[in-house]
Design a protein around this ligand. Sequence first.
Ligand code: BG6
Length: 475
Amino acid sequence: AEIEAFDLVVFGGTGDLARRKILPALFKRFCAGQMPSPSRLIGAARSKMSAAEYCDFVRAALREFCDAADGREVDQFLEHIDYVTLDAMGDQGWQKLADKIGTQTVRAFYFSVGPSLFKELAERLHKWELVGPDSRIVVEKPFGRDLETARALNRVLCSHFDESQIYRIDHYLGKETVQNLMAVRFGNMLFEPLWNAQYIDHIQITVAETVGVHGREAYYERAGAMRDMVQNHLMQLLCLIAMEPPAKFEPDAVRDEKLKVIRALDTVEPHHIVRGQYTQADNVPGYREDVGNPRSTTESFVALRCQLSNWRWAGTPFYLRTGKRLKSRDSQITVVFKDAPHSIFGPEAGRHNNELTIQLQPNEGITLDVTIKEPGQGGMRLMDVPLDMSFAEALGPDADAPDAYERLIMDVIRGNQTLFMRDDEVEAAWAWTDPIIKGWQARGDVPKPYDAFDFGPDMAAQLMRRDGREWRGIK
Ligand code: BG6
């Protein structure tokens, strides 16, 4: 669709997110012709800098985080960049910002700052009459740290903006492969009839990372994997895998269905959840050394088994697992189908089942394990072979796979909230997460140690083995 000219104001314009994600994403969209004149990106932050100095900052960010930076395109992009020194807590700089903002209809304000500043920013945007009916704000996680704080944030934002103006980012929803989950489920006839407890034994979701917590120790120490990954990214993946088909691919149709999934989640029993914390292995420091807190009980790993109480999924376990400093970076969803009800080939043929694996990152693709005859003479023995589709192979290496932030920022400009979280969705996710975290606190739970660059605590494997199952992924 045609993109109208816009002003994107980035509060926290000199921060890490701006450098790593927002600026490179907007630059790429600029190169794709989606930043028509007189669109601008206006950085706003406390640092005293001129617009020219901010341009140097932007140039350095593009050099560091974009492959093809420097040259004419960068110079042209920089003509769209401006900067104001601004105090979120006071009045300094706001008049200047007001003067800079154009008469374009689309105004987006990106709150790339801690949630403690949301209220101040919202109030001052109104005080300086910067908000029109076609203005939008973008907020990042962490959206609160529990149900109560999330509600308070929603109250603040909703007292200044209409829900239709609030874009809560979960960048997993902007990932091409995550959107593909919906395309695969609802664009094919093949899967949907089998997509329920009758045919599916269980579903597992793994989001494994090799990185530690470098550079964000203070934030992570207070958050832990449950708040940092499970409450948002893993929950969103679960929603997309488990939801009913929405009638339309439209914001509220999709978000209504996701909300129903979260609300159908049972409380997780304490023995169905394993927390872990990486420890020193070889020359890699452990979590406690990384954050400089020898007594930290923050988890860097969570594995859990949960269940949905609804018609489609009653009795089907969902296993979720995520952690830092694991053996490989590997995010995948595996749908494990039940065994055929009866084997006509007898016990010696072996038992096999179908599995659909959706590889989210890296090496995006889909694999379907199909049972065939083992080649050779004598009798009938079965084996699995993958029907294997790597997206890079199928679509070609140059296929347009924009970064999550490119997609999401342009959706803000287009005014499309489908891939953003609604207030009730975020609150429902916290309502499910809260008792788990409170339970740990009440019991004084200490995470199980696991070696850095390994598979996570043994108990996570046991969580599966107890049920006669095994984790897939993490090679
Ligand atoms: C962020 C978390 O939201 O997602 C990080 O705060 C995590 O801890 C990151 O590393 C993972 O994102 P991606 O896109 O690299 O899978």
